[in-house]
Design a protein around this ligand. Structure first.
Ligand SMILES: NC(=O)c1ccc[n+]([C@@H]2O[C@H](COP(=O)([O-])OP(=O)(O)OC[C@H]3O[C@@H](n4cnc5c(N)ncnc54)[C@H](OP(=O)(O)O)[C@@H]3O)[C@@H](O)[C@H]2O)c1
Length: 226
């Protein structure tokens, strides 16, 4: 069997940096799916430990959490990213799932640069992917495992890492759809606007039509209504 497929299906060690609304839901879904979760990076360690215990996870300091993880989910406010990345230390060789959106203070992408490309650049050595960022946390909680599956978009420049991330998105109860590399993923980034998928519910058939349009450099089809 292809080793990447095998790996995609096995139970993984996953660190959540910022187990709030977005990171907390991802952690709960993946813990329920049989993965080993460690929660990290909080202003209240006792509360974090309690949250971890509720879902059968553990809590650890950021550098320890990342050192023991194959996959690192980054789910902190944009303005906090520089501090969180400093606390984590090296991400070398780790598959990173970046859930952040560029709202609030802090360093910003250059004109025309996607937030994904910008963030990948400040995570040297990481096998970077972006996902779980287009839908509100409440909607993600409400729709996990719902049929038909809700799409979680992903992008990244490391195909093997994206295969793993796609498997985790499935395990979390959504349908993964790959939009391609970090340079061309603007349609899945904030803000919500015409001609973008950010902020919108998609199901598989309509999402695949978006992928075709992005790949061909065409405007995406009108936003679906379900
Ligand atoms: N909320 C949404 O609907 C949504 C949707 C898509 C994407 N996103 C993106 O996902 C990322 C996380 O958003 P979220 O809504 O999940 O945030 P959140 O609920 O506020 O969670 C942030 C997490 O970061 C931790 N943290 C540690 N130090 C912090 C500090 N100095 N300031 C703030 N938080 C700190 C918090 O832990 P303690 O509170 O225990 O300290 C908390 O676990 C953001 O980049 C956001 O743009 C959010």
């Amino acid at each position: 069997m292809d080793s990447s497929i095998d790996r995609e299906r096995s139970s993984m060690d996953i660190a959540i940096i910022g187990a709030g609304r977005i990171g907390g839901n991802i952690a709960r879904q993946l813990a329920a799916g049989g993965h080993r979760l460690v929660l990290s990076y909080s202003r209240d360690l006792a509360a974090l430990e309690a949250r971890a215990a509720e879902m059968g996870a553990t809590a650890a300091a950021p550098d320890d959490a990342v050192a023991g993880a194959e996959v690192v989910v980054i789910a902190v406010p944009w303005s906090v990213l520089p501090d969180a990345l400093g606390a984590i230390g090296s991400l070398d060789g780790r598959i990173v799932i970046d859930t952040t959106n560029q709202f609030g203070a802090g360093p910003m992408p250059a004109e025309g640069q996607t937030a994904a490309a910008f963030n990948a650049g400040r995570m040297p050595g990481a096998r970077y992917a972006k996902a779980f960022n287009t839908l509100t946390s409440a909607f993600q909680v409400e729709t996990a495992h719902r049929e038909p599956r809700v799409v979680q978009w992903l992008c990244g420049d490391d195909q093997a890492a994206k295969d793993v991330v796609a498997g985790l998105i499935r395990d979390a109860g959504y349908a993964p759809v790959d939009l391609g590399g970090t340079a061309g993923c603007a349609v899945m980034e904030a803000p919500r606007r015409n001609g973008a998928v950010y902020g919108e519910e998609y199901r598989l058939a309509e999402a695949l039509a978006v992928v075709d349009a992005v790949r061909d450099g065409r405007p995406i089809p009108p936003t679906p209504a379900y």
